[in-house]
Design a protein around this ligand. Structure first.
Ligand code: SF4
Length: 430
């Protein structure tokens, strides 16, 4: 959708055909207007949202927003992150209906994002409804684990305290919310989001399953079209964008991306690409993937019930040695080994282990003949405690290099598990 001017942009986005229907006449009353549009269409919502989503799959974002406001009135609000989802606020203004905007101030945002919030409030004449994390919970986390625990044991715990629980509180006062999620933002988790859906992760004001509806008006819009629209409509943007940031979240967990990199590569870059949801949209992660996305300390989003899921074994290759408990104990005890070893501690049900299976086998093939042996040790179930105590296991997979002349293995510190990265690690130590 290439747009050349603000008027044509608005018209084109109104209904996809370029014509402006009377119900979309631009008339902004501000967030506290209590006119007819502010009432919910029906409190007894029997809508078939799957059907509605199919019917609106090719509707413009503005049509979707208008439908959302029409249905939910003052019981719906836009979730604003301080990034390019400001476009939702512009669409809301264009519907001419009153609207509410809320945001989560995690306490770790960039100053540029706070400044942007202020700019947006002034530009649209609105007050953003901020929700903050529970101070006692933040205090407990930081006092026990420090300010940057997410680099050590994953972002889930911190996000749960600073984002997910505050969001939960905010949504408890609503019947529906509007997000800026797009399919092209994350190939791993957002490829199938519909334009509207029952929220399966959170509850609305009435409580219980199905009490909250999530609208994703930008689901089918490409990032480039968002930017064309932002420029065409002269919409204020977060100044971090001009420093190379695309996706913007908390300061320690967001970084600029290079040309050609996917925008989500700038978020939680030390973690696996397919798990890059902060918990706000966990419904995007398929249930079986959720059950696998854990760490040993139970800080993951879901706990696996026993370490012996029926998933088939991993790393099945003749180039790899499969260690049993006594074998790995012996290897760990040796002061002088004939050859150095690279060992992966894994669990077959672990999504991250599954994701690195191909690269690890390829690495084993490349290391054959280079004097480095490659092995695997299944470290879940009964072996988990031992692996935690003796082999530095914190989360799956853990990759260890056992040097030739030292008993103490060196733990691979990165989340990058491609062949080149692992080879660089081995070459630095062998
Ligand atoms: Fe914590 Fe980072 Fe999540 Fe922000 S994005 S809540 S700092 S883990």
């Amino acid at each position: 959708m290439a747009l050349s001017s603000s008027s044509s942009a608005a018209a084109a986005l109104l209904n996809g055909s370029g014509s402006i229907s009377s119900s979309f006449a631009v008339c902004y009353y501000g967030p506290h207007h209590k006119g007819v549009e502010g009432r919910i269409e029906s409190t007894n919502d029997h809508e078939d949202y799957e059907k509605l989503a199919r019917g609106m799959e090719s509707a413009s974002p503005l049509e979707i927003m208008d439908k959302a406001f029409q249905k939910f009135g003052n019981d719906i609000a836009i979730a604003f992150s301080g990034a390019e989802d400001v476009v939702l606020i512009e669409y809301a203004k264009l519907t001419g209906r009153p609207f509410r905007v809320f945001s989560l101030d995690t306490g770790r945002l960039n100053p540029e994002t706070h400044q942007f919030f202020d700019t947006v409030e002034k530009h649209y004449g609105i007050r953003i409804e901020y929700t903050f994390p529970n101070a006692v919970e933040v205090q407990a986390l930081v006092r026990t684990k420090g300010l940057f625990s997410f680099y050590e044991d994953g972002h889930q715990e911190c996000c749960r305290i600073r984002k997910v629980r505050p969001l939960k509180r905010a949504l408890k006062g609503l019947r529906a919310w509007i997000t800026g999620q797009r399919k092209d933002q994350s190939p791993g988790t957002r490829a199938e989001i519909p334009v509207v859906q029952i929220d399966t992760s959170f509850e609305g004001i009435d409580g219980g399953k199905g009490s909250l509806v999530k609208w994703n008006p930008l689901a089918n819009v490409k990032g480039q079209d968002i930017w064309n629209f932002l420029r065409a409509m002269n919409i204020p943007i977060n100044s971090l964008h001009s420093q190379g940031y695309i996706s913007i979240g908390c300061e320690p967990c967001t970084r600029p991306v290079l040309p050609g990199q996917h925008e989500r590569e700038g978020r939680w870059w030390w973690e696996d690409a397919k798990a890059k949801e902060c918990g706000l949209h966990n419904g995007n992660i398929k249930q079986e993937e959720l059950s696998q996305h854990i760490n040993i300390n139970g800080n993951g989003v879901a706990q696996h019930t026993n370490g012996s899921a029926p998933a088939s074994d991993l790393f099945n290759s003749q180039k790899l040695v499969s260690f049993r408990r006594t074998g790995i104990e012996n290897l760990a005890r040796l002061q002088n080994r004939e050859d150095p070893w690279l060992i992966v501690l894994y669990a077959p049900w672990c999504h991250f282990c599954q994701a690195m299976e191909g690269s690890y086998i390829e690495l084993a093939e490349q290391l054959e003949g280079m004097g480095v042996k490659v092995g695997k040790f299944r470290a879940d179930g009964d072996h988990k405690e031992f692996a935690k105590q003796k082999l530095q296991l914190v989360s799956f997979p853990t990759i260890l290099f056992f040097p030739k002349h030292s008993a103490k293995p060196v733990k691979y510190p990165s989340e990058k598990r491609d062949v080149d990265s692992l080879m660089a690690f081995v070459n630095a130590l062998r």
